[in-house]
Design a protein around this ligand. Structure first.
Ligand SMILES: O=C(O)CCC(=O)C(=O)O
Ligand SMILES: [Fe+2]
Length: 376
């Protein structure tokens, strides 16, 4: 069940303040020791268990340190990757304003639909990004699903499902985004098997927990920078404010325009240079909790400093939302006693989502907070 906005607000503020050691990190250059490893995922297809173990070790090390890594040879087709960016641009540019308005996420309890620019804020930054959010549908799943999907709040898809534009308004949109979703879901499940090996449990340990998994996709648009902002650090327009992600891990695809910045241990923003044909993967909060704080869910943000538009598509992968998850025993030791109790995946994520607001007050379906237009 969603928490009341007041509790959510307090938790959001405390959480982010505790993780942002300095609320305004310096944007000076990255320390030379900070690197996001690039990991070749081809061994995940290998019949050799030792090759898969070697891969798992590389990923495990990245999760213990940066919390971010870049993957190549991931198995997602170039055509689907191109198609999803094209659909993000069609949604942003071709869908009439009144059609977007009809999909406004203020009408959704689960964060689905259209998020206009400036609608949300994170860590006090008003954001310039625009987004369209949707979640799992069995029809996208290459396994066909197990028929047991439930929403973040425990309700079934018949209570609230995705909010799609009408087919005649954006012909072929749902089919294309569904095709991409299915391929990335396959990748996510394969990656989770690699995570299992890295975490010292058997490879199939998590399989039964992702039979109807959570997986929210956002089609994100970041407008071009109004002016050359490279030297004007004070004036920068935040596309997406400093935050960590909420689920198990995120698989991020973006256009070639840079913008993603990662907070380094020395409190500087590391600007990620996009690598062709790759995805960026990052540990999110639920996995951090599940691993007893061993895996790092690293704070990041987006600033589009270029004169070009930027599109990106994160896939936030979670175990089945009705799965009750307790700390992994392999992550508990005498030196690191168990820090967290069991929690239902959807409950945790929904609580976190409800904190992502202008003023931290919770916006999903919450007309009272922002009034009719959802903005103040
Ligand atoms: O657009 C990006 O590169 C990152 C997006 C992101 O961090 C998010 O949506 O949580
Ligand atoms: Fe993120």
């Amino acid at each position: 069940m969603p928490t009341s906005p007041t509790i959510a607000e307090a938790r959001s503020t405390t959480y982010l303040t505790s993780r942002l050691q300095n609320p305004t990190p310096s944007t000076s250059t990255t320390p030379p020791d900070f690197q996001i490893p690039t990991i070749d995922l081809s061994p995940s297809f290998s019949p050799s268990l030792s090759s898969r173990h070697e891969l798992a070790l590389q990923i495990h090390n990245a999760c213990l340190t940066t919390g971010f890594f870049c993957i190549t040879n991931h198995g997602v087709s170039a055509s689907s990757r191109d198609a999803i960016l094209h659909q993000a641009s069609r949604f942003t540019k071709d869908l009439a304003p009144e059609k977007k308005e009809a999909l406004h996420l203020r009408n959704s309890k689960l964060g689905y639909g259209w998020e206009p620019g400036n609608y949300t804020s994170l860590a006090g930054d008003v954001e310039t990004k625009e987004a369209f959010n949707f979640g799992y549908e069995a029809g996208f799943d290459s396994t066909g699903g197990d028929g047991a999907y439930c929403n973040l709040d425990g309700s079934g898809p018949e209570v609230e499902g995705n909010w799609w534009p009408a087919e005649e308004d954006l012909p072929g949109f749902k089919e294309a985004v569904g095709g991409y979703y299915g391929e990335v879901l396959d990748l996510a499940r394969r990656l989770l098997r690699v995570f299992a090996l890295g975490l010292g449990v058997r490879e199939g340990y998590f399989d039964g927990m992702v039979t109807h998994p959570g997986g929210i996709v956002r089609l994100l648009y970041y407008p071009p920078s109004k002016e050359e902002e490279e030297e004007e650090e004070e004036e920068e327009d935040i596309g997406l404010g400093a935050h960590s992600d909420y689920e198990c891990f995120t698989i991020l695809h973006s256009s070639s325009v840079p913008g993603l910045e990662i907070l380094t241990p020395s409190n500087t923003w590391h600007r990620v240079a996009p690598t062709p044909n790759s995805f960026i993967v990052n540990v999110a909060d639920f996995l951090m909790r599940w691993t007893n704080g061993l895996y790092k869910s690293t704070i990041h943000r987006v600033v589009n400093r270029s004169a070009e538009e930027r599109y990106s598509v994160p896939f936030f992968f979670s175990v089945n939302y009705d799965e009750v998850v307790d700390t992994l025993e392999t992550c508990v030791s005498k030196e690191r006693p168990k820090r967290y109790g069991p929690i239902r995946a959807g409950e945790y994520i929904l609580e976190r989502l409800n904190t992502t607001t202008k003023g931290g007050k919770g916006y999903f379906g919450n007309e009272d907070v922002f009034g009719e237009k959802g903005m103040s």
